[in-house]
Design a protein around this ligand. Structure first.
Ligand SMILES: Cc1cc2nc3c(=O)[nH]c(=O)nc-3n(C[C@H](O)[C@H](O)[C@H](O)COP(=O)(O)O)c2cc1C
Length: 448
């Protein structure tokens, strides 16, 4: 089993004990909003990962360019040096003057401009950058990058640099789904160009779907993660997420309301902590974090097999999927016809993935999830002991706006000799808090 060896000894001390600048107090423990967590921890110890990093921010012509000014401010708050290069289309969405003011530096827009070239030319900018972040990255610019165009300043710099390039795509969901965009995106990823986002949600065009640029602070955290060895660096984490589907006949199945959001959020947080994450996912409409391999499965048996094939390699197993407990004994080969007033289905148990993992001779650090409508802690403790888990996170379902298919949740987390309540928050914030607790307990167990 791997042990995170490069964790800074004060990391948790800082997270849990520092004054709550952006945090709030709950039962004696300070909880931080995930957006601020890394910043606070490292700022307070003068260990800011982005301090003095030379970041070249490329802005292309998408509506999300309006967020670029805030992004520059956030990067500078982290101590980064930021220089901005804009495409001609980008200048239609936000003025170079705004970016000049927030960056405190001249903004570069022209390739064929002898004056600009004399001041700081494209090759110098390419050499200056320690990292190039393109946010927003239009469909057009992804295509340029994917085919090595160099017909404007930003694309020329991208060709001329040895610095890592990170793109934050932002576009209408249809543009994002277009085969050409997806092919370009795959091409870039295969070349090692990092991608942050896009996220799903309401778009400027009024449609809902995948294509939104990540929020400035999420981009900042993404950059930090690229530079920092997290507390779970070197640790392999297997996470299950989403529902399973148990077929009744070729068109019907038994499933549940799990959206996979909690499991995917845990994957984001574990990856942000430096872990090598693998997701085993039931059918969901979510995009996995960049760099996280996803094994897509359909039913509980598939999920069981996928997990058991991977788990020997893993240090931590987090079972966030809502696996069906029962499946039809028989799968009808043809669509069941309407019958009398009642139809009886005979169901049988599906394999218990969590119990099977925890019962291995050398199990990984095993974390279960439970969804209960009442007596949360009692059921959680029972499941913890019965299945010999290291930890269990229980959420209360049946409350509007919490749990299944919502963006928020509240968790009761318990282990053999302790527990903590994580009050209502976004699933991503809860995932960050949960990963912090898991990391602590995992490292404690690894010591003994
Ligand atoms: C109002 C408006 C909004 C746009 N928003 C986006 C966008 O969010 N993402 C995108 O890929 N293209 C968007 N476009 C299209 C780009 O601006 C266009 O492809 C342009 O050529 C991009 O140039 P660049 O990649 O050199 O910056 C938008 C165009 C208009 C008119």
């Amino acid at each position: 089993m791997g042990i995170a060896s490069n964790i800074h000894p004060l990391w948790y001390f800082t997270v849990f004990r520092d004054p709550p600048v952006h945090g709030y107090k709950n039962g004696g423990m300070l909880l931080y909003h995930s957006d601020f967590r890394t910043t606070l921890s490292f700022n307070n110890m003068n260990l800011n990962i982005l301090t003095d990093k030379r970041i070249l921010l490329g802005i292309t012509g998408g509506i999300a360019a309006y967020k670029s000014a805030e992004l520059v401010r956030r990067l500078r708050e982290q101590g980064a040096q930021v220089r901005v290069v804009m495409t001609s289309a980008a200048t239609e969405f936000i003025t170079p003057l705004t970016l000049q003011v927030v960056s405190g530096q001249r903004v570069h827009t022209e390739l064929l401009d002898s004056e600009a070239e004399a001041a700081m030319g494209h090759i110098e900018l390419a050499r200056w950058a320690e990292v190039i972040l393109i946010a927003p990255a239009t469909a057009d610019f992804l295509a340029k990058l994917a085919y090595g165009h160099a017909n404007d300043l930003l694309s020329t710099i991208c060709l001329a640099t040895v610095a890592p390039i990170i793109v934050a795509p932002a576009m209408n969901r249809q543009m994002w789904q277009a085969k050409s965009t997806q092919a370009n995106y795959m091409r870039l990823q295969n070349w090692g160009i990092h991608c942050l986002g896009p996220a799903a949600g309401l778009q400027a065009c009024g449609e809902t779907g995948v294509g939104r640029m990540l929020e400035p602070m999420e981009l900042v955290n993404g950059l930090i993660n690229l530079f920092k060895p997290g507390p779970l660096a070197g640790v392999k984490v297997l996470i299950t997420a989403g529902p399973t589907r148990e077929d009744i006949d070729p068109v019907r199945f038994i499933s549940n309301r799990s959206s996979g959001k909690m499991g995917y959020a845990v994957a984001v947080a574990a990856q942000a902590a430096g872990a090598a994450v693998t997701l085993v996912s039931g059918p969901v409409s979510l995009t996995a974090p960049v760099g996280v391999p996803v094994i897509s499965v359909y039913n509980a048996q598939d999920m069981f097999e996928a997990v058991m094939a991977q788990v020997d390699e893993m240090d931590i197993f987090i079972a966030a999927a809502a696996v069906a407990d029962y499946r039809p004994v028989q799968l009808a080969t043809h669509k069941l016809k309407k019958q009398e007033s009642q139809l009886q289905l005979m169901l049988e148990r599906t394999p218990d993935i969590l119990a099977a993992v925890a019962a291995l001779p050398q199990p990984p650090f095993t974390v279960g999830f439970a969804a209960e409508t009442n007596n949360l802690l009692d059921y959680a403790r029972d499941k913890l002991q019965r299945k010999k888990l290291d930890m269990i996170a229980t959420n209360q379902v049946g409350i509007t706006g919490l749990g299944f298919d919502s963006d928020e949740n509240a968790l009761s987390v318990c282990w053999v000799d302790g527990s903590v309540e994580l009050p209502r928050n976004s699933k991503l914030s809860l995932a960050y808090q949960l990963i912090e607790i898991i990391t602590q307990r995992y490292q404690r167990r690894a010591k003994f």
